[in-house]
Design a protein around this ligand. Structure first.
Ligand code: ADP
Ligand code: MG
Length: 410
């Protein structure tokens, strides 16, 4: 199934999108502080673009000629990345260059308050834990190395509207509520999840619904946190070109780091063979019809949370599925059923800092690796999030497409 990677054209530059408002508003100083000097030293020619408002990145990327860029790198939180992914993957679904667009390597540098993907990408290097500035340096180093790996993309169907594509998570109940409610604590940075979790614990509630899923082929049905080493087919986006501009001083909205376009190794993407590569959601039956017979159906019950993630981390200090890999073709489904006590739930969240919650033997916690799932909430109202963004509340189903996108990681 996987994608064959080839070296990308070396003559292009990297688009670096910075959201100056993300996190505690420090992204620009992170850029001028360490990112710029590392990229310059690594001879990565790039164009800095600061986003001026919500959806700015979406507009920029929508109108960009993606063949001009070797990668799109986001210095912000997962929110800005979501905008770009929405655009690259969702917005271009109708475009003829969809196949090339979805292969645009995405890079993430943690500058926001929610840096799940950055924390995950760092985790995949198997280096020890890193937070804040250390995490930034690690991700920036990976960008300088420029290795590109396949990235799972999740196709998400709500009860109305076209399908969306997700790269991170799908949440209902406790986690979704915390994610949305803690937005207002962005000023405290990554701590916002801890603050939000404590507040939510105080008003703990349950959510009635139905959950069904298609187990992955190697779903063991039991928690395991063996640290499997996975080798990815890799390529490099690195343009090996000289950065000649003087970067000091004036950083404008759009700042060019000019380069001599020296062409080495000019491998282009495989030619489009005019086949339609858009993924078909062959595992999903229409919402409203029963799921296929090989699915597992949980009985209708009360949940505290349902969470499906593509990646190891949900935030810098929340390692929800330590075994996840960017292209394992699996959604890591965690759910907590009603009846769990507040202290037990708090213990689970605290254990997630190190990713040891799966060994807590908490009878209310289930962990499954799945290829597809369907969730039908009965409790109303409620919050469902996809990649941390609130979506229409109601039945939702999703299927993973292994390695459909690309990400810069170690
Ligand atoms: P954080 O993790 O701090 O929430 P995000 O990257 O998630 O950071 O960004 C939060 C939101 O800010 C995103 O929805 C993004 O569209 C929006 N945004 C981007 N640029 C700006 C800007 N200049 N001013 C205000 N909001 C912006
Ligand atoms: Mg995955």
């Amino acid at each position: 199934e996987g994608m064959e990677l080839s070296r990308l054209c070396v003559s292009r530059r990297v688009m670096v999108l910075v959201n100056p408002q993300s996190g505690r508003g420090q992204a620009m100083s992170l850029y001028t502080g360490s990112v710029l000097s590392m990229l310059t030293e690594a001879n990565i020619s790039h164009t800095l673009i600061t986003t001026e408002h919500q959806n700015h990145a979406r507009e920029l990327v929508r109108n960009a000629d993606l063949s001009q860029w070797s990668a799109i790198v986001i210095l912000s939180g997962d929110g800005l990345l979501f905008e770009v992914v929405v655009c690259v993957i969702n917005g271009l679904m109708e475009r003829e260059d969809w196949d090339a667009a979805i292969r645009t390597p995405l890079g993430i540098l943690p500058g926001g308050s929610g840096n799940a993907l950055a924390a995950s990408v760092h985790h995949y290097t198997q280096a020890g834990p890193a937070l804040g500035e250390d995490l930034l340096l690690s991700c920036c180093f990976l960008l300088c190395k420029g290795l590109v790996c396949p990235l799972d993309i999740v196709s998400v169907h709500l009860s109305s509207g076209p399908r969306l594509f997700s790269f991170l998570s799908l949440a209902w109940g406790f986690v979704a509520d915390v994610d949305i409610e803690s937005e207002k604590f962005r000023q405290v940075g990554a701590m916002r999840f801890l603050v939000g979790t404590l507040l939510r614990l105080a008003s703990l509630r349950t959510y009635q619904g139905r959950l069904a899923f298609l187990p992955a082929r190697d779903d063991s049905n039991s928690p395991s946190i063996s640290s499997s080493t996975v080798s990815h087919p890799r390529s490099s986006f690195r343009p090996s070109v000289q950065c000649t501009s003087h970067m000091q001083g004036q950083i404008n909205n759009q700042h060019e780091c000019t380069s001599e376009n020296t062409h080495h190794d000019n491998f282009l993407l495989p030619k489009n063979d005019s086949k339609d590569h858009r993924p078909a959601d062959n595992l999903l039956n229409p919402i409203g019809e029963p799921v296929a017979t090989d699915w597992t159906m949980e009985k209708e019950q009360d949940f505290v949370l349902v969470l499906a993630t593509c990646h190891s981390h949900l935030a810098e200090e929340l390692m929800v599925s330590p075994d996840a890999r960017p292209d394992d073709g699996q959604l890591h489904l965690l759910y907590v059923t009603a009846g769990i006590s507040r202290p037990a739930l708090l213990r689970l969240f605290l254990a997630m800092e190190k990713g040891t919650h799966l060994t807590c033997e908490c009878p209310h916690l289930r962990y499954r690796r799945v290829r597809a799932l369907r969730l039908e909430p009965i409790t109303k109202p409620g919050v469902i999030t996809v990649d941390g963004e609130q979506v229409e509340y109601g039945p939702i189903q999703a299927q993973v497409h292994k390695g459909y996108g690309r990400i810069i990681c170690g």
